[in-house]
Write a protein that binds this ligand. Structure first.
Ligand code: GDP
Ligand code: ZN
Length: 303
């Protein structure tokens, strides 16, 4: 018997499926000790397993290695970054929705890469505008097309060696992209999981999909409405990277960057160094969060 280190890909009714580099996937049970200590292994956890049977690929989870972080929805540990996918057309990108997603990721301190798919629908000019908008905010922007098979190498490079949560509204081509990145799991166009490994039918549950020896993605469902849970209007400027530094140059401490004079954020906007759409969405979020707090001073959006 030997101990191996691996990564939990999924957990179903008490069984954990642990991927070990060069050995494959082991079906494992968690040691009773975890339950007593009230520790539950999570998808994404790096674990030490004791192999019970090499032929049957069975083992026990003996130890959970320290987590770098933990997300609750969906429950997953050790996420390194997010990849958010929107389409250039069909559907056209909803930048307010995108910006709300970015704000949420900034709050979780998760680096995010933006992918605009279906780039075959548009010309260079349309791409350039989005590229400038988001690169000036500090984000890496990738254009892809599963139709023209472009941008996929760039996506692969971003994913390499990391655990990435992949999000995006439905219809943008997320499943098509995931299918082109690997062949172990086939995603249906409605976002349902069709098969894994042996072709077994599986229900919808969070799981990691391996795109290379050391790269994993987590398909993140549920993305359609603007929601900024637990965020207050006063911290929004911290969550827009292109405003984060500037706010210290505003005349007033606690400047909201709306109507105040001598506002460094407004100056940067006027100089064209903050994109109009980003600033407009900042304003919209600010007003919305402030309004919500007036209704419920304890913080309506807190969870
Ligand atoms: P999901 O809902 O985000 O998973 O999107 P799907 O992968 O199911 O794709 C939605 C539709 O867009 C399908 O009809 C795909 O064939 C189509 N599609 C996906 N990627 C592209 C692309 O790069 N270009 C074009 N023109 N269509 C695409
Ligand atoms: Zn200001």
């Amino acid at each position: 018997m030997s101990l191996k280190t691996g990564r939990i890909l999924k957990g179903i009714s008490g069984f954990y499926y642990v991927y070990v580099v060069e050995s494959g996937i082991y079906e494992c049970k968690a040691k009773g000790a975890f339950r007593k200590e009230n520790i539950k292994p999570l998808v994404g956890d790096e674990v030490r397993i004791q192999v019970i049977s090499e032929e049957e690929k069975k083992g026990n989870v003996e130890e959970i290695l320290p987590r770098s972080m933990e997300l609750s929805r969906p429950p997953v540990a050790n996420v390194d970054q997010a990849l958010v996918i929107f389409a250039m057309k069909k559907p056209a990108p909803n930048l307010r929705l995108l910006d709300s997603f970015l704000v949420n990721m900034e709050e979780k301190e998760l680096p995010t890469v933006i992918c605009f798919n279906k780039s075959d629908f548009v010309n260079e000019e349309e791409k350039e505008l989005l590229k400038q908008t988001y690169e000036s905010a500090g984000y890496q922007v990738i254009f892809s097309s599963t139709k023209e098979k472009s941008g996929l190498d760039e996506i692969k490079a971003v994913l390499e060696g990391k655990l990435t949560t992949v999000a995006g509204p439905s219809g943008v081509g997320k499943s098509s992209i995931i299918n082109m990145l690997q062949s172990e799991v086939t995603m249906e166009t409605d976002g349902m999981m069709k098969k894994m490994d042996s072709g077994k039918q599986t229900t919808r549950h969070s799981q990691l999909i391996r795109v290379s020896e050391n790269s994993f993605i987590m398909d993140t469902p549920g993305f359609g409405s603007i929601d900024l849970p637990g965020i207050e209007e006063g911290e929004l400027d911290e969550l827009f990277p292109e405003m984060r530094e500037e706010k210290y140059d505003c005349k007033f401490a606690g400047c909201a960057h709306l109507k105040e004079p001598d506002c460094a954020v407004k100056e940067k906007l006027a100089a064209g160094k903050i994109a109009e759409s980003r600033y407009e969405n900042y304003q919209a979020f600010y007003e919305e969060l402030k309004g919500a707090r007036k209704l419920d001073p304890k913080g309506l959006k807190k969870r």
